[in-house]
Ligand binder design. Structure first.
Ligand code: BGP
Length: 468
């Protein structure tokens, strides 16, 4: 046997709101994404506006058959996508689902199975129905747990024969950093207290555990995981103060995995709450619900950062949602995300040592500007050696981690086909093996073209990661 197990789940990942388009078709309601035309760092609008590329996506809603066929050609064993909550419950608080929305995912999952591809489904990928944000203040309101419970019951019952692998909340720890996109919280950031943020996080944690409980009841044999945004924080210097600062920063992320795996709040968080005057309101049943722990731990990994005790240095970096102090030893992508393949081996070992639960890398990749060119046969393609290099160097470290004894279920690189970026809402920040001819001004044929990385990844899957 090679390094990766024979049943290793190779594949790719997207999210409904970044690829489907068709934002108002077949009864779909609006989600928070539909009023975020400029991504996480931009202001929200009152209504969807023309310049919001997520409204159109890459038209996956109508072209999924072609796209799944391309994934099958690469040999995907698994395809990660999300269900857009507001396709199923347009406002979020209804009691009856929208049949047309359910039918779309029936067709999509059937299409995957046609090629022996297992769907891996994120239940909530930054897609809180806008109505729940505007009328309930999103996850700041405990009522969301009940609406979410209703939603998961419907999708579990409907897709129990079709979906075995589930993730509850995408990058659940991001609620601390992007409260509107991640949690539909409309309180202006300046007025949002830590009390309110951590209470909202508590509601999501309870909802996540409830989904695990219900999922196991409705779908014996299903595997349900949590999903964490992982970004290791290295101490900026060997000074013990920096080491402790790094530990504290990491605790803020570990908190979410710890609750999901251990079924209770960790001591370091109780201390933090006490010292910051935060009191999490637990309902009597919450403690029991949280004991429904996950089957596996999944995470995204793009970059690492540093932490420094000196507050002046601790300024936010330009990287992904979490920021952090830039690492002087690393190079960065065009968007300032620092590239650190060895950090992935480190994270895998950290999680494995801590949790002893199967791990799943469900996002990893390089966002870059691609140029469409013609190859010697006149076919359009992208010579994306930089992307191959990024992925290869990360997979080499994944291999090292597996040799270290880490139990890893699979690897789904992010944006296996170009999608709209979450942080910037641009299409020019591309991750795919498949190029989509669509530009940020909405122009383009929407034709799909195989990049050089398409063939590279196909070969990686074919030889089960033996040669990269
Ligand atoms: C993660 C999100 C994804 C995805 C990815 C890449 O934070 O879960 O939705 O988009 O990051 O980020 P971006 O699209 O901003 O480059």
């Amino acid at each position: 046997m090679g390094i990766f197990p024979d049943n290793f789940l190779w594949g790719g990942a997207v999210a409904a709101n970044q690829c489907e388009g068709a934002f108002d078709e077949d009864g779909k309601g609006l989600s928070v994404q539909d009023v975020l035309p400029h991504g996480i760092r931009g202001e929200r609008t009152a209504v969807p506006t023309e310049d919001n590329m997520k409204l159109k996506g890459i038209d996956f809603y109508h072209r999924y058959e072609e796209d799944i066929r391309l994934f099958a050609e690469m040999g995907f064993k698994v395809f990660r996508t999300s269900i857009a909550w507001s396709r199923i419950f347009p406002k979020g608080d209804e009691s009856e689902p929208n049949e047309k929305g359910l039918e779309f995912y029936d067709r999509l999952f059937d299409e995957c199975h046609k090629y022996g591809i297992e769907p891996l489904v994120t239940i909530s990928h930054y897609e809180t129905p806008l109505y729940l944000a505007e009328h309930y203040n999103g996850w700041a309101n405990r009522k969301l747990i009940g609406f979410f419970e209703n939603y998961v019951r419907v999708i579990f019952e409907r897709y129990k024969g079709k979906v075995k692998y589930w993730l509850t909340f995408n990058e659940i720890n991001s609620i601390l950093h992007a409260p509107f996109m991640s949690g539909g919280i409309t309180t202006p950031p300046a007025e949002l207290s830590e009390q309110e943020l951590y209470q909202a996080a508590h509601h999501e944690l309870v909802a996540s555990a409830l989904a695990v409980k219900i999922g196991h009841e409705v779908m014996p044999g299903a595997e349900i995981g949590c999903m964490i945004l992982s970004m290791p924080a290295y101490p900026l210097t060997p000074a013990p103060e920096d080491v402790l600062r790094a530990m504290e920063d990491e605790h803020k992320n570990y908190f979410f995995g710890d609750v999901h795996v251990r079924g209770e709040y960790p001591g370091y968080m109780k201390r933090y709450f006490k010292e910051h005057g935060i009191e999490i309101r637990f309902e009597p049943e919450d403690g029991e619900i949280l004991k429904n722990t996950v089957d596996f731990v999944s995470f995204s990994y793009y970059m690492s950062c540093c932490a420094a005790a000196d507050e002046d240095k601790q300024a936010r970096g330009t990287g992904n949602l979490l920021g952090g102090v830039p690492n002087p030893t690393l190079k960065a992508s065009e968007w300032g995300w620092q590239i650190d393949p060895k950090g992935l081996r480190y994270v895998l070992n950290q999680y494995w040592d801590r949790y002893q639960k199967p791990l799943f890398i469900v996002e990893n990749g390089l966002g870059a500007v691609d140029e469409l060119v013609e190859d010697e046969n006149g076919n359009k393609t992208v010579e994306d050696d930089y992307r191959i290099e990024y992925l290869r160097s990360h997979l080499e470290q994944v291999k090292e981690a597996v040799k270290d004894g880490v139990e890893l279920m699979g690897y789904t690189s992010w944006g296996c086909i170009d999608v709209v970026s979450a942080s910037t809402a641009e299409l020019k920040k591309r991750y795919g093996y498949v190029y989509v001819d669509r530009n940020d001004d909405g122009s383009g044929t929407l034709n799909r073209y195989k990049k050089k990385s398409f063939y590279w990844y196909r070969d990686v899957i074919k030889n089960n990661g033996e040669t990269l």
